[in-house]
Design a protein around this ligand. Sequence first.
Ligand code: SF4
Length: 310
Amino acid sequence: MTNRMKKKSQQQYLPYRSLSGYLRGIFGRPLRKVPVDPGFGCPNRDGTIGFEGCSFCNAESFVPQHARSGKDPVQQVRDHLKNSPKSKYIIYLQGGTGTHAHLEDFRDLVDDLIQIPGNVGLFVGTRPDCVNEEIIEVLMPYMSRKLIWLELGLQTVSDATLNRIGRGHDVAEFTRARHLAREKGIPVCAHIILGLPGEGHEEMMDTARFLAEHELEGVKIHHLQVIRGTKIEDEYKKGEIVTLDAAEYPILVADFLERLTPRMVIHRLLADAPDDLLIAPRWPTRQKLILSIRDRLHLRGSFQGKLWSP
Ligand code: SF4
């Protein structure tokens, strides 16, 4: 087999359960996610929990341009779809904290978004301490006809690290929110960051083991990026933190994936901040890194869940 053929066959067999494969299994093809900023802001910036925000966060880096306009969320979706109005898609409440609102405002937003033609699902990104029974009850009526997911920021399973990065919640808060969703059958995708300050290989693998033990339905893996305008930027410039390097990252992610359950859906493998906001690390293209992660697993004869045992 030539190298080219080998590469092609490796790309066809993914050694992990990707989001696009999962969506293809449900809808017959992968679907795009349309990010929306609901305009609810963030309790870790508006004083509800804190004023300073998480040390790695510049909220702008999470949200694409079309969703930064302050426009009505329904209009944001329409703007995004103006060149392909008939396509099917999933709405992703991405900007700020998607459930940090009065309950009626959240309910109205969900009702409005769900009804936009072509929308087949809603993924709600939020903090674990902004999830309660009422929020879950708002989502439940739609579960029979739309694909509903909760995306919860966890970042790490070390309370010491959560404290250091100024998250304003602990791991127990995540566990509580995760179980509320689970009781009602809403799948949860945990957002985690590899390479947080003070964390080595074992701490990162602890996070993988935690996700497996709690049978999370999905995970979004990011590497720590130093973004302009964040507290981490200051720490980085003072030499207080280092970032991961591109050669070690595929090994780390392969180790992480091996410890997850085979069923967990991998929503993302690395972070992707806009170029104009990114300070470090400056890595090869996203696609090259994703291929390196796949290669690493193929070379080991390994796959997601290889080291997991029920
Ligand atoms: S990461 Fe989320 S919770 Fe933290 S400051 Fe940014 S928007 Fe707020």
